[in-house]
Design a protein around this ligand. Structure first.
Ligand code: CMP
Length: 148
């Protein structure tokens, strides 16, 4: 069955046209259906709201600042096991782990730091629902599922 996930190309990657294009091609090559996509810029308060669960962590300030520092691209992606498949393509959050343990993954190839790590992906069905609604408030998962 098709599953939906939310994928985000973060400001560090959108800033570089070749990386943005490489990531877009990677999505297509890995048989994801691009259900929706949009380019957007977060205000600081959007960033704080999205990452509220990390409030108080040592990297919170730099994370919310970074995520509201420039344009991003968000995708709703569909595939079998979309959530885990996209996370597998991304690799681990931390860049040094990505490079040593998962070479060839997106973060290993393009990640700059643990904060500026190129992409985001939902980590569960519940977070996919929440994050899709956050980025695409007009999108109805139920309606889309009924039509496919
Ligand atoms: P993301 O998948 O968007 O989820 C939370 C984000 O916090 C993560 O990617 C990183 O950008 C950031 N993050 C997580 N861990 C660290 C860390 N140890 N140091 C700095 N930033 C981090």
């Amino acid at each position: 069955a098709l599953q939906l996930t939310l994928a985000v190309i973060k400001p560090d990657a959108v800033a570089h046209p070749l990386i943005l294009e490489a990531l877009h091609q990677k999505i297509l090559k890995n048989k994801f259906i691009i259900v929706r996509s949009k380019d957007l810029i977060w205000r600081r308060q959007d960033s704080e709201r999205f990452y509220a669960e990390h409030k108080g962590r040592f990297f919170y300030q730099r994370l919310v600042e970074f995520m509201s520092s420039g344009p991003m691209r968000a995708y709703i992606l569909a595939r079998e096991n979309a959530i885990s498949q996209w996370r597998e393509l991304m690799g681990p959050t931390k860049v040094f782990r990505a490079r040593y343990i998962a070479p060839g993954t997106i973060r290993a190839l393009y990640g700059l730091t643990d904060t500026r790590n190129t992409t985001h992906g939902s980590d569960s069905v519940e977070s996919a629902q929440r994050e899709i609604a956050f980025f695409f408030p007009e999108f109805s998962v139920e309606e889309w599922m009924e039509q496919t």
